[in-house]
Design a binder for this molecule. Structure first.
Ligand code: THU
Length: 130
């Protein structure tokens, strides 16, 4: 089963009553474990969270911190790419070479690397003084 299948399955649980736009995300870690998340909207709009954020939170809660692959699926006409904030969240745990597979429900897929999605990412090395 592909990582997109995991993302599609968790998408069914998305809480998106305001946008009606359900998103599922799944991540595979370097150790081979898979974690999934869906978007969780809120009546107080800014409190909503993206599917990618949920998948990352589940991964970290399980003690894993190294991304090997990311998959994102939504019911849009074309594959959706992660929002800017989620690109930064993904870059915290994955190198520039990590593939991000973006898919529609109809089976259209596009794959880009994290480095392509977020060139010159701000990372821990930039926080060093001097
Ligand atoms: N959304 C995600 O969950 N992931 C993305 O990559 C893009 C957008 C969600 C946020 C919101 O609940 C809905 O899609 C509409 O923007």
């Amino acid at each position: 089963m592909s990582l997109i299948d995991d993302a599609a399955r968790v998408r069914e649980n998305a809480h998106a009553p305001y946008s009606g736009f359900r998103v599922g995300a799944a991540v595979r870690t370097a150790s081979g474990r898979v974690f999934a998340g869906c978007n969780v909207e809120n009546a107080a709009s800014p409190e909503g969270t993206c599917a990618e954020a949920g998948a990352i939170a589940a991964m970290v809660a399980a003690g894993e911190t190294e991304l090997a692959e990311v998959a994102i699926i939504a019911g849009a006409r074309a594959p959706i790419s992660p929002c800017g904030g989620c690109r930064q969240r993904l870059a915290e745990f994955g190198g520039a070479q990590v593939p991000v597979v973006m898919a529609t429900l109809d089976g259209v897929q596009v794959t880009k690397t994290l480095g392509e999605l977020l060139p010159m990412a701000f990372d821990a090395s930039h926080r060093a003084r001097g």
